[in-house]
Design a binder for this molecule. Structure first.
Ligand code: C2E
Ligand code: CA
Ligand code: CA
Length: 644
């Protein structure tokens, strides 16, 4: 059909030469009443990606190529009515089978089109069809129906067609979503569900993500996959995001006094907010209203927005960070991750998309990619959260790559508030333990849960730091002789603090009081390293030059000395303390992981420690100066305490 005479020049689409929306209306008007037509709504799946990755001129070329495909296979009146949306009106005499054939042909010939294959591989078509419409009704009604059918095709997985008829239900749904959303917001039908983030190594609750659910009075629970895309299209998402954020603040305020009062919660912010320069201040105002510290709130921004608008994004992230919020990149790896942008983005966390994990499950190359992405993030000092953890083998794999934090069904689905609180209560029992070994006549920890093992003969206890306390006596000996092996699970966290009282009988240089062998290196507490110097030595065996010595004044023979070392994995700082005072600090000390062995009173090379040890405390966190000082003071204030 050649209709070039029937529409005005202004009704043409400049790019493809097809009609535009006005041309389509004109054509429809020219058909007159009482005719029958069929309509097809064609949308290009993932078109935005092509623009993002290859630029707009490639996008334009693609649109022209698709318009040629459409004119070749449809023999109808074709128009481009939006960026990547086409409508074709088809002859009313054609059978349903014929119309279906056209849709199939479009889908089938899409990939073999004369166009760059790498571009084609990104895209497909979603086609909505409405059959046998009378021209008596307004064109917009017909378009609405085939648009709804197209939406169904997209929802069913893209690269397919769907007919309007069979989908009354899903149309009703889409329509009701748009007409009801404002009321639903006012009436509190949108609620926050929380999905826990777990430290896989220590089984500790690390945080949670706030995810929106729509509790509809008739339909019950509606998933965000259903309504978020619609809200992103019509802009309502901006309101909803703020609402969910405020609910989250309210919720955190209600936790005052509970064990999860300070639990960090992340909230999703749609890309629509990127251009709102006031966002950080608006978020801060709301947090202030509920008295929530900014650093306990994390803003998740989706990765797919990163390539386009990257400048805006860097600015926004910087502004959020400046305001004091935590920021994470969501769905990293789902699309075309801009690795290069990572260096410019001052974010705290990368959330690896669940498809990344699920896609690389039994694929060696995929695993290598995952492993290296994790190690790149670590190098850039970014926390990594793996999404979509569903199985134990997945946990084993990602933890072996050095990732600790997971969010996934294996631990919990997004939970309604009360279920989350139960979950959090249960998990807060997994709070990182600290262990005290007093050596008051046994090798058991104070809580009775762990017990050391003596690698020698004749276990002896002597007088401790007060007249009524006792201490382990170690006679010294060859390497690994007369030492106490503590259970590996005394240290379950990357950060730790180890404190102990030691009274050396005779000091040998480099003899260790405590030695922890990790999969990736070791850490040793050395009361006397070289002349007049104690040492907290950390070795990173992944690196030839990975030696770190935090040195300070030494312990003295015959005197009780409180020796403490701490390592903070977040700041990568190692500190050594003697008698409650900082004696040495070192920064940029890499994390060691996976404890293989904890040896008290020696190491695997040097002669063993000879003298007394008591009050060994292992904290699974980095203690600061104040706490170490307090700990020291608490001993010194015991009745009868003496260094001698
Ligand atoms: P998301 O931010 O990537 O959230 C994680 C999604 O993965 C959630 O889906 C969660 O239920 C799902 N998930 C978590 N663990 C697993 C797992 O082990 N296996 C599988 N198969 N899935 C898992 P949900 O809650 O349906 O949310 C879907 C998306 O909707 C979210 O993806 C987010 O992009 C968006 N969304 C949800 N609430 C909001 C909101 O308040 N604002 C904005 N802007 N977007 C939201
Ligand atoms: Ca998210
Ligand atoms: Ca995500």
């Amino acid at each position: 059909m050649n209709n070039s005479d029937m529409y005005y020049k202004a009704g043409l689409d400049y790019l493809t030469g097809l009609s535009n929306r006005w041309g389509l209306h004109d054509y429809y008007g020219s058909l007159g009443l009482g005719k029958t037509i069929h309509a097809m709504y064609i949308d290009v799946d993932n078109f935005k990606r092509v623009n993002d990755v290859y630029g707009h001129s490639m996008g334009d070329e693609l649109l022209v190529a698709i318009s040629n495909l459409i004119t070749t296979y449809t023999e109808g009146f074709a128009a481009r009515i939006g960026g990547d949306e086409y409508v074709v009106l088809l002859d009313g005499d054609w059978s349903r089978k014929h119309v279906t054939g056209i849709a199939q042909e479009l889908l089938g010939n899409m990939q073999s089109m004369d166009f760059r294959k790498d571009v084609l591989s990104l895209i497909s078509l979603s086609i909505g069809i409405v059959f046998g419409q009378k021209t008596d009704m307004p064109l917009d009604d017909i378009l609405y129906k085939c648009d709804a059918a197209m939406y169904k095709a997209k929802n069913d997985g893209k690269n397919r067609y769907a007919f309007f008829q069979a989908l009354d239900e899903s149309i009703r749904l889409k329509k009701s979503i748009e007409t009801e959303m404002e009321d639903a917001l006012r009436e509190g039908q949108f609620v926050v569900y929380l999905q826990p983030k777990i430290n896989m190594v220590s089984s500790e609750l690390y945080g949670a993500e706030a995810l929106c659910r729509w509790i509809h009075p008739q339909d019950g629970l509606r998933s965000p996959a259903l309504f978020i895309p619609i809200f992103e299209k019509n802009g309502f998402i901006s309101k909803l995001d703020f609402y969910i954020y405020e609910q989250t603040c309210k919720l955190k305020a209600s936790w005052k006094g509970t064990p999860f009062e300070h639990l960090p919660i992340s909230v999703n912010m749609s890309r629509l907010h990127l251009y709102n320069k006031m966002l950080p201040f608006e978020l801060a105002d709301i947090a202030d209203e509920y008295g929530i510290p900014y650093e306990e709130l994390e803003i998740e921004i989706t990765e797919s927005v990163f390539i386009k608008d990257s400048e805006e994004l860097v600015k926004m992230v910087a502004a959020l960070k400046k305001q004091g919020f935590m920021v994470s990149i969501d769905d990293f790896g789902a699309g075309f991750s801009a690795l290069n942008l990572l260096k410019d983005l001052p974010v705290d966390t990368i959330k690896l998309d669940k498809e990344f994990l699920q896609g690389s499950a039994d694929d060696i190359r995929g695993k290598k990619v995952l492993k290296n992405i994790i190690s790149l993030c670590k190098d850039l000092k970014l926390e990594v959260v793996v999404e979509g953890i569903e199985t134990k083998p997945q946990i084993d794999f990602v933890t072996s790559c050095g990732c600790r934090i997971a969010q996934g069904f294996f631990y919990a689905k997004p939970l309604p508030l009360h279920e989350f609180e139960d979950f959090a209560t249960e998990y807060s029992k997994n709070k990182l333990e600290s262990y005290v070994f007093r050596f008051n006549g046994s090798l058991r920890s104070e809580d009775g849960s762990l017990e050391g093992e003596y690698n020698g003969t004749d276990l002896l206890f002597e007088k401790g730091i007060t007249p009524d306390s006792r201490a382990l006596y170690l006679p010294g000996g060859e390497a690994e002789e007369n030492v106490v092996i503590l259970p590996n699970n005394a240290i379950v966290n990357d950060s730790y603090t180890i404190a102990m009282w030691i009274k050396p009988k005779e000091l040998h240089s480099w003899g260790a009081a405590l030695y922890v062998k990790f999969e990736t290196g070791f850490a040793a507490m050395v009361p006397l390293a070289w002349e007049g110097v104690s040492d907290f030595r950390i070795r990173d065996s992944r690196n030839i030059n990975g030696w770190y010595d935090v040195s300070g004044c030494p312990a003295r023979e015959g005197l009780w000395c409180h020796f403490t070392v701490s390592y903070n994995a977040k700041t990568e700082t190692a500190i050594s303390f003697i008698n409650g005072e900082v004696v040495g600090v070192m920064e940029n000390v890499p994390v060691n992981r996976y404890v293989n062995r904890i040896m008290l009173g020696g190491d695997i090379f040097q002669p063993s420690f000879s003298g007394n040890i008591c009050e060994v405390v292992i904290f699974n966190e980095a203690k600061d100066y104040q706490s170490v000082k307090e700990l020291f003071t608490s001993y010194v204030e015991r009745p009868g305490f003496s260094h001698a």
